[in-house]
Design a protein around this ligand. Structure first.
Ligand code: C2E
Ligand code: MG
Ligand code: MG
Length: 560
């Protein structure tokens, strides 16, 4: 326990008693109260006189700094009457430690521990106080910053480096701020920059552009050279809102636009973005509701052997029935579902639908066709989804019928997809297909490191292939590489007779998928047709069969 300081003063303010603890507090080194009076001592004497005159007790908090050390004392003064003398009895306790804890608590509420930047509360309060200035016509800007792909950086380099990067980003952003500006870290990799005052948009644009460039330069952290870009959305007061919440939200909307359009840039908010954001929220709500109500179904598109017209397999393509009953293709909702974390549930719904309709699938397409399910790249790298999904495939009792289609990004991403997740599926006999090959981030040479059974060449290469020598060259390269690696090649999006003719004549590609053979089909639509098998087969193969003969004749000119 810290010793209490005790002093007794008489009616003239003179000290009658000063114990050691009080002497130290009042910095009376001699312990001699009538010695050379320090400033502190005089001050205390004056206070004492005042309190004696008032006759009332008092409590005071005093801090004493000597050099680096700061001490805080809580002193209780109590006027007393002893043998007709009015005396002031004061006792003080050192509360420095409690104070330090309180300060710490205060700091952690208002300052971010990692970067030492003010927290969201502080910047909000600051903005609000600017908004409340009455009469002034001041303008200010609110910029919402988000580091691009920070999660990847964290996953790849580890959290320590991720943290160090945040600190460095904060430093670069803080470099040339004015006292009246404020930078705040509001969460993970998100910052808010309050620029105040400003003349107008142009000045802010220049400043932000400068900040963007500074953030684009590599960071050297712990021996690694790290490149990070940042997306920034900016709103201006008063043009884009008159409250902090609206300004923040609009800066956020603008930032979101940057994220969608390639990241690493800055834009100012404008009203059209708001309409877009509202529309997005509507779609989001509809999607959540649709998942809740399981308003999904699958369309199936066959993969055709282009020599025999046989159906090698089918691909399940999810469809959403919106609240007006209109069927929506996945282009309108898949990315959103991934973003909102709804995609896992959706994929399980697709599997459930397949299992439910397996008899009809077998009748329609044949009982030995493979069944492909699309899995988003983000899911593929996530063991939390992939392990249960593998179990669900196993539980169907026919896991070896399934293939999962993932885009090449899943293979290139620094996840454990190839090393840890793929083997689980292999063991079950589930096939792996690389979807949309050629448009992702991997290079042709990356194929060599990918272990897959099937490679689907993106439609963009197949469209008008007969007229495009460049695509033909790429196709040949993919073809020979896949052949060497033992992967089946499928041409996606085959729409025309000419495209088919080219494939048949000039390549060894055996399989194709596309509207030319069949659009994705709803099984219910086939139901009334009896017998189903032959109906479907005729349906799928009718056009190529009619046109096949001339194909081979004309195809000669494509032969290598
Ligand atoms: P994908 O896996 O590459 O599927 C092929 C897409 O091309 C399908 O579009 C199909 O209808 C369309 N298509 C097929 N043949 C032709 C053609 O000859 N011409 C043209 N223009 N298009 C053709 P869809 O059904 O709209 O699906 C789009 C994408 O949505 C799919 O591309 C796939 O990446 C994704 N997707 C579909 N279902 C699921 C799913 O259950 N889960 C996930 N994660 N993604 C899915
Ligand atoms: Mg696919
Ligand atoms: Mg595809």
């Amino acid at each position: 326990m810290l010793p209490s300081g005790v002093t007794v003063q008489d009616e003239q303010g003179h000290f009658l008693l000063v114990n050691d603890a009080a002497a130290a507090q009042l910095r009376i080194s001699t312990g001699e109260p009538s010695g050379p009076a320090s400033k502190e001592l005089n001050r205390r004497r004056e206070t004492g006189l005042e309190l004696l005159r008032s006759g009332r007790p008092a409590v005071a908090e005093e801090s004493v700094t000597s050099g680096e050390a700061k001490q805080v004392f809580l002193t209780v003064h109590r006027p007393v009457r002893i043998a007709d003398r009015k005396l002031l009895l004061s006792s003080s306790a050192d509360i420095s430690e409690q104070k330090a804890v309180e300060d710490q608590l205060f700091r952690s509420a208002y300052y971010d521990e990692l970067t030492d930047l003010p927290t969201r509360r502080v910047v909000e309060r600051r903005a609000n106080s600017l908004l409340q200035r009455d009469g002034t016509q001041g303008k200010f800007a609110l910029a919402f910053l988000d580091i691009d792909n920070f999660k990847h950086i964290n996953d790849y380099y580890g959290h320590a480096i991720g943290d160090a990067l945040l600190v460095e980003v904060a430093k670069r952003l803080r470099l040339d701020l004015r006292d009246s500006d404020m930078l705040s870290r509001i969460s993970g990799d998100e910052f808010i920059l309050l620029l105040n005052p400003i003349q107008g948009e142009r000045e802010v644009a220049e400043y932000i552009q400068f900040a963007l460039e500074r953030l684009r330069a590599p960071f050297f952290i712990d021996g690694s050279e790290i490149f990070a870009s940042t997306s920034i959305g900016v709103s201006l007061y008063p043009d884009h809102g008159r409250s902090y919440d609206v300004l923040r939200q609009n800066a956020d909307i603008a930032m979101y636009r940057v994220k969608n359009e390639g990241k690493g840039a800055a834009v100012f908010f404008d009203a059209s973005m708001e309409r877009e954001a509202l529309a997005r929220i509507k779609v989001e709500q509809a999607l959540r509701l649709a998942i809740l109500e399981k308003r999904f179904c699958c369309a199936f598109q066959p993969k055709i052997d282009i020599r025999t017209q046989d159906i090698k397999g089918i691909e399940a393509l999810v469809r959403l029935r919106d609240d007006e009953g209109v069927i929506q293709a996945p282009g309108t909702f898949i990315n959103l579902a991934v973003e909102l974390g709804l995609i896992d549930e959706l994929t399980h719904l697709v599997l459930a639908e397949i299992v439910k309709s397996i008899d009809l699938i077998n009748e329609t397409f044949g009982a030995d066709t493979s069944i492909s399910i699309n899995v988003a790249a983000k899911q593929a790298g996530n063991p939390k989804f992939m392990r249960p999904f593998a179990q669900a495939l196993e539980a169907t009792g026919f896991p070896e019928r399934f293939m999962i289609e993932v885009t090449e990004d899943a293979f290139v991403a620094k996840t454990h997809f190839q090393t840890e997740i793929l083997p689980i599926f292999r063991k079950l006999g589930v096939g792996i297909s690389i979807d949309d090959f050629g448009i992702g981030y991997s290079s042709l040479s990356a194929l060599a490191d990918i272990t897959a059974d099937e490679i689907k060449i993106d439609r963009s290469f197949i469209t008008d292939i007969h007229k495009r020598p460049r695509s033909q060259g790429i196709l040949r390269a993919i073809e020979s590489l896949s052949e060497a690696l033992g992967m089946t090649v499928i041409a996606e999006g085959l729409e025309s007779f000419e495209e088919l003719a080219y494939l048949q004549a000039a390549t060894r590609i055996r399989y194709a998928q596309g509207f030319y053979f069949s659009k994705p089909i709803f099984l219910e639509e086939l139901k009334p047709a009896i017998p189903i098998v032959s109906e479907a087969r005729i349906n799928l193969a009718s056009r190529p069969l009619q046109e096949n003969r001339p194909v081979y004749a004309r195809a000669d000119r494509y032969r290598r």
